[in-house]
Design a binder for this molecule. Structure first.
Ligand code: HGY
Ligand code: MN
Ligand code: MN
Ligand code: MN
Length: 407
């Protein structure tokens, strides 16, 4: 039994047309009109596959294929359709559309599973527009409250709750009311390991943990030309020294740690005004929980020292966090067995990126399947995979899901 790789690839290419991608990628940031368009296309496909689509109060979509035992808890299979501002075609999207392909293949083969199957599109996995990442799956797992999530603001000050209503995808289901028998997520690796090792399947045993630390630095707005160097309260200089320090802390903790900054806001952000306020988020990750918390403590302490030495005000808020995740050994074995049975080369891997599976693992047995991506590149419109890789991972997903959902 194999999935239909051409059909999967066609859906990926159709979905990639949605969103004002700059260089051929697709840009469907969460709760934008493009996200709404992608959601509608996905719902059309779910309707055609005979699935019943429910939506919860965070806007997560659940498309159910009935099982033979109505009392059996469903097997959830999903990922996310929202993208980075310059996202690629496959991050998240591959997992949602491969889950749909699993159901379509079950329909083709007339397979009836004991447990229902629920194809899932989690809202706001990326956390690019509304931090933190994995917000909806976090509410589902009881990590965040609905009120906290609704109040999260994007850089323009728009709230999650208002935007969800505006695009018309505020559902009526209580978030987290659904109970899972198991959860599977198929995702591109977003790193270089599988391709470098020439392995087609990543058997994901763990996911590294994360802190997002939002630094707010307060300097003194002043003229960049007429203000003598000794009179400056230079928040921009403090930021640059803190970013350098984050790099050193990550390098001191090799192997197996990363740290960096992807987003900075300066105000008033004018060429000839020293910034009065600088806000930036430090992203640190490692599979080792103790190391992760040690790095956090050091970066916060050293950051405050750097700011103090320049007379710059400094406050730090943790706006995102999850501990390293160990996926369910039984489900990990079912993925490995499927890869072996199908003859795909495979290796154990720790996920470098965070996923909704990390929160699903708090409320149900969960695991992931990975395929390589070209050059390990992701969060870039040039993100690329092969049809063979996409198909192989979906085949493994299909077999592991059928085994867990029991024919
Ligand atoms: O940040 C992450 O790891 C994911 O892409 N949201
Ligand atoms: Mn993703
Ligand atoms: Mn991503
Ligand atoms: Mn912790």
């Amino acid at each position: 039994m194999r999935i239909n790789g051409d059909r999967l690839w066609d859906t990926l290419m159709d979905m990639a047309k949605i969103g004002p991608g700059i260089a051929g990628g697709n840009n469907r940031q969460t709760l934008t009109d493009a996200d709404a368009e992608g959601r509608s296309l996905f719902k059309t496909w779910c309707d055609k596959a005979g699935l019943t689509v429910g939506v919860d109060k965070m806007g997560t979509m659940f498309a159910t294929r009935a099982g033979t035992d109505p009392a059996a808890l469903p097997v959830y299979v999903g990922s996310h359709l929202d993208t980075q501002p310059t996202g690629g075609k496959y991050d998240g999207v591959l997992g949602v559309l491969a889950a749909l392909e699993v159901v379509r293949t079950m329909n083709d083969l007339g397979i009836k599973t004991k447990h229902p199957i629920v194809v899932t599109n989690w809202a706001n996995e990326e956390g690019a527009r509304f931090a933190p990442a994995m917000l909806a799956s976090g509410v589902f797992a009881g990590v965040h409250t609905l009120d906290y999530a609704y109040g999260r603001k994007d850089p323009d000050g728009k709230t999650y709750g208002a935007e969800l209503k505006r695009i018309g995808w505020l559902g009526d289901e209580e978030v987290g009311a659904r109970k899972m028998h198991a959860y599977f997520e198929y995702h591109i690796e977003q790193g270089p390991i599988l391709e470098a090792e020439d392995k087609t399947i990543g058997v994901v045993t763990h996911c590294q943990g994360l802190w997002w630390l939002e630094f707010t630095l307060t300097g003194k707005e002043a003229h960049t030309g007429s203000t003598p160097m000794n009179l400056r309260v230079n928040a921009g200089l403090a930021m640059s020294r803190i970013i350098e320090m984050v790099q050193s802390v990550a390098m001191e903790n090799q192997p197996g740690a990363v740290g960096g900054v992807g987003q900075v806001f300066l105000s008033p952000n004018s060429r000839n005004v020293l910034p009065g306020k600088v806000v930036f988020t430090v992203d640190i990750r490692t599979p080792d929980k103790e190391k992760l918390d040690r790095m956090r403590a050091k970066i916060e302490a050293e950051g405050k020292k750097i700011a103090d030495a320049l007379g710059v005000g400094c406050s730090v808020e943790a706006i995102g966090h999850f501990e390293p995740v160990t996926f369910d050994p039984k489900l990990v074995t079912s993925v490995r067995n499927a890869a072996e049975k199908l003859g795909y080369s495979h290796m154990n891997i720790i996920s470098g990126a965070g996923h909704d599976a990390c929160w699903a693992a708090k409320v149900a047995p969960a695991t992931m399947v990975m395929c390589p991506c070209v050059g390990g590149l992701s969060h870039n419109e040039a993100e690329e995979i092969s049809k063979e890789w996409a198909t192989a991972g979906a085949d493994v997903l299909f077999h592991a899901v059928v085994e867990t959902a029991e024919i």
